[in-house]
Ligand binder design. Structure first.
Ligand code: AMP
Length: 228
């Protein structure tokens, strides 16, 4: 049984959970959505990667799971998310990207939601397109901005347009690990979507096909309608 810290998230804060398979666009749209709504983007994958870079005790354990395409155990994930949500910038809410990924995480998170406004946006995309999109994916080491070698290349190869940081390819973005992560997604995370779909008015589905601008417009419309 998972537990999440005792404090609850402030009443009326807006929590948007972005769900969908790896590569469906959660990270791409979370940044602009965060800027538009003025609430932070919290990516559990980015938090783990930051721990791994710093070689923290959590990072050392998380690396073992991430390098095999597996999920980091719920208890560790929940502790990390709880710490992050306790920071001041989350008072008005946040955009969660990559969390929850198991039903146990979803239930533990819900226990502390209080009367926050919760919205779950699910990005839908077929697997062949996912694999194609992930294989060209790049991210900035400095600011985390996402790029794609073919679909969204930087102005200067290897360099972030925004902060001039170096671009890198994630270690787990290999074809074998993508297939493993998609399998884990079907087994562990699809049930979370089923869980949210049984709660009325919580889940909205958006197709990830289309230009980034078109998809973002749909995401923003859904978020603004929910937050009226
Ligand atoms: P992402 O950047 O969201 O694709 O996450 C990269 C990896 O971090 C995943 O493949 C998992 O190994 C791990 N991870 C991220 N979020 C979670 C989570 N909520 N629960 C367990 N593991 C996670």
């Amino acid at each position: 049984m998972c537990s999440i810290a005792t404090s609850t998230i402030a009443t009326q804060s807006l929590i948007i959970i972005l769900m969908g398979p790896p590569g469906a666009g959660k990270g791409t749209h979370a940044g602009p959505l965060s800027e538009t709504l003025g609430i932070p983007h919290i990516s559990t994958g980015d938090l783990f990667r930051s721990h791994i870079r710093r070689k923290s005790p959590l990072g050392i354990i998380a690396h073992r799971y991430i390098s095999e395409g597996k999920l980091v155990p719920d208890e560790l994930t929940l502790e990390m998310v709880t710490e992050r949500l306790a920071e001041d910038d989350c008072k008005k809410g946040c955009i969660l990207d990559g969390f929850p990924r198991t039903v146990a995480q979803a239930k533990a998170f819900e226990e502390r939601l209080d009367a926050s406004k919760l919205l779950v946006i699910r990005f839908c995309m077929d697997e062949p397109t996912i694999i194609q999109r992930i294989l060209g994916r790049l991210a900035c080491k400095g600011c985390g901005a996402p790029y794609h070698s073919l679909l969204n290349p930087p102005l200067t190869s290897g360099t972030c347009d925004r902060c001039k940081g170096a671009l890198y390819t994630r270690d787990d973005d290999t074809e074998d690990l993508i297939k493993k992560r998609l399998e884990v997604y079907r087994l562990e995370t699809q049930p979370v979507i089923d869980y949210y779909s049984r709660k009325e008015g919580l889940l909205r589905e958006i197709s990830s096909l289309g230009t980034p601008e078109e998809v973002f417009e749909n995401v923003l419309t859904v978020a603004l309608l929910h937050n009226r």
